[in-house]
Structures are given as C-alpha cells and as structure tokens.
Design a binder for this molecule. Structure first.
Ligand code: ADP
Ligand code: MG
Ligand code: MG
Length: 211
C-alpha cells in the first residue's frame, strides 16, 4: 500500500487539528522554558495552511501539498519554530519530488530529509532539548521498520511512537539550543515544546496513514 496526495492532505488537516487542540498545552510548555508563544505560533501557521489547502488543484502531488505547508509556515509563523518546521516540510516536499505515490523507502527518505533540513538550519544535535529529539528517533525507527519490510502505515506508526518517546526524553535535559538554553539547569524537568509539537505532527502523519 503506497501513500499519495490523500495521505498528505489528511496529514496536514490532522496536524492542524491536533495543534489547535494542544495549543494551550504547547503554550504552557513554552511558558515554562521559553516565551510562551509556541502553541500560538504553530496554530496561526496551520490555520493559514488550511485556508490555502482548499485552493490546491485537484491534480496536486504530495510534494505540492508539502511545499504549500512549508511556504505558509515560513511566511506566517514567527519565532524559531516557523523557519525550522517550515524547512522540515520544504525538504520533505523536495524528497517527494514529482512522485504521485510514496512507498516505504520514499517515506523514510521524506522523513530523513525533513530531519536533516532542521539540523542544517538549526544546528541542533540529539540531546540538545529541541524538536530534533523527536525527529531523529522517528527517522531511526522508520528506517529500521522499512528495513524490516514493514508496511507504510507500520513505518509511520513506528516513527510516531519513537517521536513521542523522544519528546518525553527531553524532560531531564539541559537545553543547548533555543531560548531554553538561557535557563541552564532550570530547564530540567520540563518537556521541550518543539519536541512535543513535532511528536504531535508525526502522530498525525501516522494516523492519516492507518487503514
Ligand atoms: P521561539 O523560541 O522563537 O519563541 P517557538 O516557541 O515557536 O519559537 O519554538 C521553540 C521551539 O523551537 C523549541 O521548543 C525547540 O524545540 C525549537 N528550537 C529552537 N531552536 C532550535 C534549533 N536551533 N534547532 C532545532 N529546534 C530548535
Ligand atoms: Mg516560544
Ligand atoms: Mg517567541
């Protein structure tokens, strides 16, 4: 079972919905170790995406929809997360290329490109208490699942589960990137908001793929 434009648009709509539902939670997390706007930033961006999604032509490809998310997030979301999450979707769009259907290998390539794009832009490594702590284990789990011959929904489920664990894993950490890095040890005991929102988006990707 390959995944096409329906998966991507369902993923985007579900992401917008979960970000809206978790807006206050993300604001609260960011208030603890940042400036309290993360939920607001992403919700504004995804609301703008949803408006534009309806204007997408009927013959749009997965890459077209992903690119629309990227450009909209980059232009409407302030803060660190706009350019970073926007870059993730831009690199995912480039990885999807002109393909109409994505198999397991293509999905792994898409997730890997997204993660690598965030790393290139933000220079964070695993353990720096950023969204990379969700993205990187997700990519590793997806890669392993694909190598095991798992189906596309199973690959995305593995990625989502790993991203959630990754977000949890940021709680005991000191931050080395972003605003939370100014807090030193005071960031310990708080989950990184960007890792939480990335885990939500990766869960949406999996939910959209489940038969
Ligand atoms: P801001 O910090 O500008 O208010 P947001 O609150 O929207 O932006 O986003 C904060 C999130 O961005 C953090 O929780 C973290 O996950 C992520 N982040 C910040 N800096 C980096 C970076 N250099 N690399 C990866 N992610 C980062
Ligand atoms: Mg913030
Ligand atoms: Mg801010």
């Amino acid at each position: 079972m390959t995944l096409g434009i329906t998966w991507v648009t369902d993923w985007i709509r579900l992401s917008a919905r979960v970000i809206a539902e978790h807006r206050v939670e993300l604001i609260t997390l960011d208030r603890e170790i940042g400036d309290g706007d993360h939920g607001e930033n992403l919700d504004r961006g995804f609301s703008a995406v949803i408006v534009k999604l309806d204007a997408l032509p009927a013959d749009a490809l997965p890459g077209d929809a992903l690119k629309l998310v990227a450009t909209t997030l980059i232009s409407t979301v302030g803060g660190a997360s706009g350019p970073l999450v926007g870059t993730a979707f831009l690199k995912a769009a480039q990885a999807a290329g002109k393909e109409a259907e994505l198999d397991g290998a293509a999905i792994v390539a898409l997730l890997t490109a997204a993660r690598d794009g965030v790393v290139l832009r933000g220079k964070a490594a695993v353990g720096d208490k950023t969204m990379i702590d969700a993205w990187s284990p997700a990519v590793d789990a997806a890669t392993a699942a694909e190598a095991d011959g798992k189906s596309e929904p199973e690959i995305l489920l593995a990625a989502a589960d790993a991203a959630e664990k990754g977000a949890e894993s940021t709680e005991p950490l000191v931050a080395h990137k972003g605003r939370a890095s100014y807090l030193g040890e005071r960031a310990i005991g708080h989950r990184d908001p960007g890792s939480q929102s990335s885990a939500l988006m990766l869960r949406a990707a999996s939910d959209a793929a489940q038969p």
